[in-house]
Design a protein around this ligand. Structure first.
Ligand SMILES: Cc1cc2nc3c(=O)[nH]c(=O)nc-3n(C[C@H](O)[C@H](O)[C@H](O)COP(=O)(O)O)c2cc1C
Length: 197
């Protein structure tokens, strides 16, 4: 690939990707066949020790009410004084995003040669591969997180094992409205040269 081709690739795919709020990611989302390609892209992430130290849990439409109850329980676990309106808002968030999945990292001690930060990097790469693949298919993607991910309600609901953490949700769907592209940091903000000034 020439430099010009590489530039065109980054301009058309990498730089075009932007976070889209799950509520702006509507049907149609990726089909089952497209999701398979998206997950195969996740499997292409760098993975030191070949541990596959992450997994993704799809939340189909029929399970959205169950997820809503987990969100509601997570809120009341954290704040027993939460109002009925706040609990209803938490429950409603489970309905957002045409396709929704939870990203889980395995940070257990099963391989001391691959510490937890390396496994999180691997998960991040897998997520980015999925988002870029969805982007190439014409879909938008967004990440969502929050304190509820560490709640007993979600840990129990998603059957997280010892050493597993829920890192974030990823949503995919058709973008109804996107925000203006944000200005990205310039490389000189985050690149230095060893031995340089
Ligand atoms: C692990 C992770 C969790 C995130 N959780 C949220 C979230 O809860 N809510 C949100 O609006 N954005 C969330 N984001 C998306 C960021 O806000 C977004 O990437 C950032 O604003 C930069 O915008 P861009 O992705 O369009 O470049 C999350 C991003 C990451 C990497």
């Amino acid at each position: 690939m020439s430099d010009d081709d590489a530039l065109a690739f980054t301009e058309s795919l990498i730089h075009l990707r932007q976070h889209v709020s799950p509520k702006r990611l509507v049907e149609p989302g990726p089909s089952a066949q497209q999701l398979k390609l998206i997950f195969e892209a996740a499997a292409a992430a760098p993975d030191h020790g070949l541990l596959v130290p992450w997994r993704f849990v799809l939340i189909p439409a029929a399970q959205r009410p169950t997820l809503g109850e987990m969100f509601a329980a997570a809120l009341t676990e954290r704040d027993p004084t939460a109002s009925a309106e706040q609990v209803a808002d938490a429950r409603a968030k489970a309905q957002r995003g045409a396709v929704l999945l939870l990203c889980v990292a395995d940070l257990s001690e099963r391989d001391p040669d691959t510490p937890s930060h390396e496994r999180l990097v691997s998960l991040g790469c897998a997520i980015q591969n999925m988002m870029l693949t969805a982007q190439a298919m014409g879909f938008g993607a967004g990440l969502s997180s929050g304190q509820g991910l560490a709640s007993e309600a979600l840990r129990h609901g998603f059957r997280l094992g010892n050493g597993e953490i829920a890192v974030c949700f990823v949503s995919f769907g058709t973008v109804v409205s996107a925000k203006p592209r944000r200005e990205r940091p310039a490389p000189d903000q985050f690149v230095t040269t060893l031995g340089g000034a």
